[in-house]
Structure formats: C-alpha cells, structure tokens
Design a binder for this molecule. Sequence first.
Ligand code: TXA
Ligand code: MG
Length: 322
Amino acid sequence: MKISIEVATKILYKGGVIAIPTETVYGIAADATNKKAIERIFEIKNRPSDNPLICHFYSFAQAKTFLNAYPKYVELLVNQFTPGPVSFLLPLKLPSSIQAATRGSAHVIIRIPMHELLLKLLKKISFPLAAPSANTSGKYSATTAEMVEADLGKKIDGVLDGGASSVGLESTILDCRNKDEIRILRPGAIGKEDIEWCLRNENIKVTDALSIEHTTPGSRYKHYSPATAVFQIQSEKEIPVKKNSIVIGLAEDLKKIPSNENLKLFSLGSENNLAEVASMLYRKMFELDALQVSEAYLIKRDFGNSAIGKAITNRLEHMLSR
Ligand code: TXA
Ligand code: MG
C-alpha cells in the first residue's frame, strides 16, 4: 500500500515498518531506537539475526550525537560525498539507544541518503531510521515501489513511493575505524579514486577489502540473487542448444548473436552507459524472474575499473548460480 509522508511519519512513531525510497535501492525502515520494530524488520526479511542494519540520518550533525571519536578524514569525506550513495562504519558512543540495530556491535554504519522525499521524512522525525535493503534476505534489492510491493507488500505497513532509485546499486561502504586506512567493504557508485582524490592532501591508504562478508558475521550468506538460476558463459559461442534459452548480456554482445527463434535475448544496456546498466540491473532481474524460466545464461564481460564498473561486477558475481 502506497502511503503519504504524513502517514509514513505516524506509522514510524507507532513503531511500524515501512519501505522508503533512496537513491541507491529501497530500504525497509523502522525507528532505529525501537527494539521491537527492529526485530520486525528481521522477521519480514527473514534476515539472519546477527546481521546489523545501516542507520540513516538527516545530517552528519545528527549522526555525530550517536558516535564516539572518529578519524579526522571522515568529515572531509562527509562534506564531499553526502548526502549521497556512501556509508561509513564508525565507532558508536556507548551505551547506545541504537544497539538493537547494530546487533550489539560497538560500531555502526551511518548513511545520509540523497533522496528529497526521504530527507524530508528524516527531517520530520526525531530518530534515525534503521533500514536494510527492501528485499527478502538473499534476493536482489528492490529499486522501485512495485518491486517492494511484489516481494514484501503484505508484510510491511506501507510503501513511500519515491520513484525508481537513480543509482540502482547499494551504497559504497567504507570502514573508517582506522585513522590511517580506509577499507572499501562494498563497492558502489563512489569509488577508490573518488576517495583518494578527496583525501589527496592527507596521508591515508585506501584499500579494497576482500568483501563485507569478511567483516560482518551475518552477511556471509547468498546475496542479490534472482529466482532464475543464472549461469555465466564465456562468449555467445557457449549458448547451450536448447529450446527457449534466455541469454543475458550487454547490447553490444547480444548483437553478435545470429537471430534464432529459440533464443530470447535480455539486454542489460550498453557498454557506453554503465550508470544506466547499474540503475536498471535489479529491475532487469525482476523482469527476468517474471518470465518464470528455470535458467538463463549471462555472457561474461569485463566492466572495467571505474567505481560503477566494479560495483556491477561485484553484484553479478554474487548473483550467479554455480
Ligand atoms: O544503499 C544502501 O546501503 C541500502 C539503502 C537502503 O540505504 N542499504 C543496504 O543495507 O544495502 P543492507 O542491510 O542490505 O546492507 C548493509 C550491509 C550488510 O552487509 C550488513 O551486514 C553491513 O552492511 N552492516 C550494517 N551495519 C553494520 C555494522 N554495524 N557493522 C558491520 N557491518 C554492518
Ligand atoms: Mg541487502
């Protein structure tokens, strides 16, 4: 059920759970200080109970009231990239009213999203919003209100529809607990080069961490997967000879395939517009699942070393059935 911002505010104050739009993906949100509401998020998503939730704030000034001492460079990053598609893992001031959201951890991931409607909501309420991506655990994230409704519609108290998420992939997560090193725990639209450029006058090392799964206990599970089994093939030459095979790939790669009535081609967009490929990726998976076929074949591609290219590669790798 779609709801207005006024109704959303009321539901949140009563301890309800609603879907919220962000520029990355939709989230399912509750008052980060309300233990019962937080538990409901875990039930709704069927999320492993040790997997902490990102907390969303209207401003860094608000977030700071929840934080312990953090490295100086954090303010430079915050000024440069927020509101925006990036999140920061930082020390929590203890005791904390949001430790149900962090699952007892003394560290919290904070995010100041760049979405007008959500910022309006965050400004109206007096607490931060704990919000993981709006999807059943293990599945790709929702990037439209319709996708949220299809997956979780009956389980939540409403959806604040803010249109399609413009970035389309989850935020970059930066581990900022160390004073001279930043680890990128999850690649996203803000990349290593952006961070290095912002901190060019500081002596800070920026590293690509192995992955968030190595930092967070409850995230060592399947991620971003469609219901359809997707198998990777090296080139169009490996398309299996079967009736009604679905082949997924960039438009440029699909063009190389001779027309064949037994094949359904599923384009992810053009190599010349990776931002659009990213913004459409989960919506395409949703369309793929709607076809209700058991399997599909993804033509392997090097998406390059740009921030968005790396983020696309990361999500596609997680999606594959092996
Ligand atoms: O773009 C985004 O970040 C979206 C939107 C809704 O803001 N949110 C999102 O949340 O992607 P989620 O829960 O799907 O992914 C957050 C990741 C998870 O892997 C979780 O384990 C990790 O961040 N995480 C959250 N809080 C943490 C904490 N306190 N310590 C370590 N890892 C944490
Ligand atoms: Mg998620």
